[in-house]
Design a protein around this ligand. Structure first.
Ligand code: DGL
Length: 267
């Protein structure tokens, strides 16, 4: 079978990147999309840079083998750990993402911005560079959120345990005066309704999904102007249990998803 060219490959440590894929689908309705949830290795947030780099390279090779001619790292943690080495190994357009500090700095009225993200993102050199760039204009308070990614992976978007974690991580930021919270991990937009309940209506929540989709569209238009038109299809893969991934992804994607397990050499 010949694989036609022109797909967009998208990956994350798990199902969180679907929050970005939704924006990509809206922005690029005719593209062929291929999504990989690395659920066999989730969470990335407490893994070493080498580990995440190795997984990111493996998943990118898989996506290219499936016909991807552009790749989106729908994960802040993997971008921080691996975007530089991916760009040095692969010559196709690679779009990464980082916590939305710039729009949050523009939005805050209290002058205090809170960042919810994984420990891996918050401890990365890329995040340190972001803080250096914007941290003089406003106060930026960070909060690692161990356990939140796992709740989304379980599909527990509304449970008492998830609400307890959300309160534990957001209340200290509000107490410091934050009026704007950055959802700095792609799993967290799925918790936005719960976060909204916990923090109230006056707090601004910002994430990066829409901006990533626009950036992807720009890069495709300028760097791949002659590519074939896609068929608007979306395929899903997982390195974890296919049945479990299909169930959770169907709930988050709000449509039936049948996720295939990655071939052995990519697990
Ligand atoms: N969705 C990933 C991110 O944006 C979560 C990382 C993890 O698996 O801990 O950072």
């Amino acid at each position: 079978m010949t694989i036609s060219t022109g797909a967009i490959g998208v990956f994350d440590s798990g199902v969180g990147g679907l929050s970005v894929l939704q924006h990509i689908r809206q922005t690029l309705p005719h593209e062929r999309l291929i999504y990989v949830a690395d659920s066999g290795h989730v969470p990335y947030g407490d893994k070493s840079t080498d580990y995440i780099e190795q997984r990111s390279h493996t998943l990118t090779r898989f996506l290219i083998g499936q016909g991807a001619d552009a790749v989106v790292i729908a994960c802040n943690t993997a971008t921080a750990a691996a975007v530089a080495s991916l760009r040095s190994e692969f010559s196709l357009p690679i779009v990464g993402m980082e916590p939305a500090v710039k729009p949050a700095v523009a939005a805050t009225r209290s002058g205090v911005v809170g960042v919810l993200a994984t420990i891996g993102t918050l401890e990365s050199a890329r995040f340190a560079a972001l803080l250096e760039r914007y941290g003089e204009e406003v106060e930026i308070v960070t909060q690692g959120c161990p356990g939140l990614v796992e709740q989304v992976e379980l599909g527990e978007l509304n449970s008492a345990r998830t609400l307890e974690l959300v309160k534990r991580y957001t209340i200290p930021l509000l107490e410091r005066g934050a009026d704007t919270l950055i959802l700095g991990c792609t799993h967290y937009p799925f918790l936005a309704p719960l976060i909204r309940d916990a923090v109230g209506a006056n707090i601004t929540l910002v994430d990066t999904g829409a901006a990533v989709a626009l950036q992807l569209r720009r890069r495709i238009q300028t760097e791949l102007p002659a590519r074939a038109h896609g068929d608007g299809s979306t395929r899903f893969f997982t390195s974890g249990d296919a049945g479990q991934a299909s169930r959770i992804m169907s709930a988050l994607w709000k449509s039936d998803v049948v996720a295939a397990r990655l071939p052995l050499e990519f697990l």
